[in-house]
Each structure stands twice: as structure tokens, then as C-alpha cells.
Design a protein around this ligand. Structure first.
Ligand SMILES: O=P(O)(O)OC[C@@]1(O)O[C@H](CO)[C@@H](O)[C@@H]1O
Ligand SMILES: [Mn+2]
Length: 390
């Protein structure tokens, strides 16, 4: 009770600082990333003129203060033992999973039926199935909880039936490049050589299921031989996946009463045990830095990503960090916005929830702006945006 009281009082202090636009203060509790955060705060300070004083909540870059808020929430928890490993968002993440049961059953059934036929599929059929599962993973990204303030945003209907209707909302579709890349790897790879796809995960619950289904298909179709996943080290942007969420969800799927769902869970567990699925933790994903800083700030992570044949970045926050969350013109090429971040061929799979989008046709963004003022933030549109050799 004492620990809870302490955490609550630290959290209300944080809320007050935020609501009254107080200066951004250094972190105090020692943790693996405390020094890096405090250095970053100094860097933000150095960007200001003398007369501007300290960085403040309402006047600093949104990406920075938003990440800082989640890091401060974590600080309030780690300062309050014995509840210092409590995940304040766990309940809503789990709820999202339970509320999406019907869609999860539909997806797992679809996957298991597909896997039974996968060896006999013609090239074109395999390609179509690949595109379908990519689209499911894209629309799975509608289900984050930070946009809805933690309110329910689960998937209640069977998304497979909606894919055709949703196609017009894909503003950039580079999935052909992904197919060309992976099917060439499959054709040209030597026996025993590795084709590695890395997935930088976003939200737990329904979205994570869609990503695992895609990852399972990539292995079964031999489009890849290894999948590496990256999650968050601390609770992040409400719904983001931590290692506990990852393991919890696979355990839940395995113990489902539904035959095809539990088959998926058992298969996923054995993929992890046999090392064909690998989960990585790295503190960089919960720092405020944009990804073009990765090679300096986290060279080990950059080197790890360089081993991939393809990296999939899920979700909106990853997109903001890929592009530095700048006010780019809509038609600026994605490659340019990445600002030198090219560890391996990569693709952002993201529904639009923040006011940033690059790589559109000239006039496309302006047209959308005129007809649908909230097109950038409503999560209605999506992109598959690829950067790499063509
Ligand atoms: O990365 P995700 O889960 O797709 O989205 C995270 C998000 O909802 O959180 C922020 C809103 O507070 C925005 O960056 C973004 O829209
Ligand atoms: Mn998220």
C-alpha cells in the first residue's frame, strides 16, 4: 500500500508538471538508460536560445516529450519497490487480446488451413497469400491503445473479409518489392543458408497475433528461414509489446480451447525453442532518438539489424522515428526522410495516426487534406513503404 501511494503521488506530480507546462527535468532514478536520457535532455536544451530558458512540455518536440512522459511513468514505478516491475498498461493490453478472440480464431484457422496446402500452391497463389497476410498485419496496427487513451480498440470482426474493401485506403503499396526480394532469396539461396526477416514489433494483443501469423507463414512458405523480433524493454505507448506480453500472448494462444488457435500457440512455442524465432530486447527502442542516430547511439543494435535480409517496422511510432518526426513535404522520397538510416532493406507497415507522411505522389497529400482533414491521424489509411535495392 505504501509503495502504491508513492507511485500514485509521483504520477500526480508528473501530471501536474505536464498540465502546467513546467520545465522538463532530468531523470533521477538509476536505470540502464538514465544517463543517455539526461544527455538527450541537455542536447534538447542546447537547441534553445539563451532567452528561451529550459525545454518545456508544450514547447518541445512532440516525439521527445511523448517518449519522456512514458519514461517518467516508468520512473514513478521503479522508484516504488516492491511494485517496481509493475506494468501499468498490462490490464488494457490483455483486455485487447481477450476482446479480439473472434478475429484471432478466424486468423489462426485461416493460417492452419493455408499451411496444410502451402507446399502445393502455385507461385502466384503463394504471392496472393503473402499479400493478404501483410495486409492483415497492416490493419492490425489500427488497434493501438495510446490513440484511444487506453480505451478499448480491439478487433471484433473478421478482418480477412474486409481486405478488398480496405485496399483503396492503402496510400503507398510497395508489397511487390517485398515479394520480389524474398522470392529471389528463396530461389537463389544455397542449402543451409539463412534468409532472415526482422520484425520491429509494435502493439501487443490483436496486432501481435497478426505479426506472428505473418512470421509463421514466412517460415512455412520458405520465404524466410529465421525471424527476429524486437520488443520494448519497458511499458511503452500503452499497448507496445514487452517480452512479458510476447510470452504471455503465446502462452494464452497455446492454451486456447479452439483447436486451430492452440495449434498455432504450440507451433510458435516450438519455433522459439528451436531458435527459428528469436526475440531481442534493446533499450534503444525506448529512447527518444530518431533512427538515423542508431548507428551512433546503439551501434550493436545497428549491426544486428544489418544481418537481416528485410526489416519490417510495424506501426506509427516507428514511422515517426524512421522519418525523424519532421514536417516533411508529402512528396519527399522515403529514402531521403530516412536520413542515412539504411541497415538493410526495410519496409514500414503503418496506419496513419500522426501528422507525418512522405513518399506520396505530387498533389496526393494536398488532395486528401482538402477532402478529409483528419486523414493523417484517424488510422483509416495505411502504407507499405519500402526502402532498399529494387
Ligand atoms: O505506434 P502505434 O502504436 O501505431 O501508434 C502510437 C500512437 O497512437 O501514439 C501516438 C499518439 O499519442 C502517435 O505516435 C501514434 O498515433
Ligand atoms: Mn504502439
Amino acid at each position: 500500500m505504501e509503495a502504491e501511494k508513492k507511485a500514485i503521488s509521483l504520477l500526480s506530480k508528473l501530471r501536474n508538471e505536464l498540465q502546467t507546462d513546467k520545465p522538463i527535468i532530468p531523470l533521477v532514478e538509476k536505470f540502464v538508460d538514465t544517463d543517455i536520457w539526461n544527455q538527450y535532455l541537455e542536447y534538447q536544451q542546447s537547441l534553445l536560445n539563451e532567452s528561451d530558458g529550459k525545454p518545456r512540455w508544450f514547447h518541445s518536440p512532440w516525439l521527445f516529450v511523448e517518449c519522456y512522459m512514458y519514461r517518467r511513468i516508468h520512473e514513478a514505478i521503479i522508484q516504488s519497490p516492491p511494485i517496481d516491475d509493475f506494468d501499468v498498461f498490462k490490464e488494457s493490453k490483455d483486455q485487447n487480446f481477450f476482446e479480439s478472440q473472434e478475429s484471432i480464431i478466424a486468423l489462426c484457422t485461416h493460417l492452419q488451413q493455408l499451411l496444410r496446402a502451402v507446399e502445393d500452391l502455385e507461385e502466384n497463389q503463394l504471392k496472393n497469400e503473402f499479400f493478404k497476410l501483410l495486409q492483415i498485419s497492416l490493419w492490425g496496427n489500427k488497434c493501438d491503445l495510446s490513440l484511444s487513451g487506453g480505451e478499448s480498440s480491439s478487433q471484433k470482426t473478421n478482418v480477412i473479409n474486409s481486405l478488398e474493401d480496405l485496399k483503396p485506403f492503402i496510400l503507398v503499396d510497395d508489397t511487390e518489392h517485398l515479394w520480389t526480394l524474398l522470392s529471389n532469396c528463396k530461389k537463389t539461396r544455397e542449402k543451409a543458408s539463412v534468409v532472415r526477416v526482422d520484425i520491429v514489433l509494435d502493439n501487443s494483443g490483436f496486432e501481435l497475433v497478426t505479426d506472428l501469423i505473418l512470421a509463421n507463414f514466412l517460415l512455412s512458405s520458405k520465404l524466410a528461414t529465421e525471424i527476429h523480433f524486437y520488443g520494448k524493454t519497458i511499458p511503452w505507448f500503452v499497448s507496445d509489446t514487452t517480452v512479458h506480453d510476447f510470452n504471455w500472448l503465446i502462452e494464452q494462444v497455446k492454451h486456447s480451447n479452439h483447436k486451430w488457435v492452440s495449434t498455432c500457440g504450440a507451433d510458435w512455442e516450438s519455433l522459439i525453442k528451436t531458435g527459428r524465432w528469436v526475440y531481442h530486447d534493446h533499450i534503444f527502442w525506448t529512447l527518444p532518438h530518431e533512427y538515423c542516430a542508431m548507428s551512433q547511439v546503439a551501434p550493436d543494435l545497428y549491426t544486428e539489424l544489418q544481418k537481416a535480409h528485410l526489416i519490417l517496422f510495424k506501426g506509427d511510432l516507428n514511422y515517426r522515428k524512421l522519418t525523424g518526426d519532421r514536417k516533411w513535404e508529402f512528396s519527399v522520397p522515403f529514402h531521403q526522410a530516412l536520413n542515412g538510416f539504411h541497415p538493410a532493406p526495410l519496409c514500414s507497415i503503418r496506419t496513419l495516426k500522426a501528422e507525418i507522411q512522405v513518399g506520396l505522389q505530387p498533389g496526393q497529400g494536398e488532395q486528401l487534406m482538402a477532402s478529409e482533414p483528419d486523414w493523417l491521424t484517424a488510422g483509416k489509411y495505411g502504407v507499405f513503404q519500402y526502402d532498399g535495392p529494387l
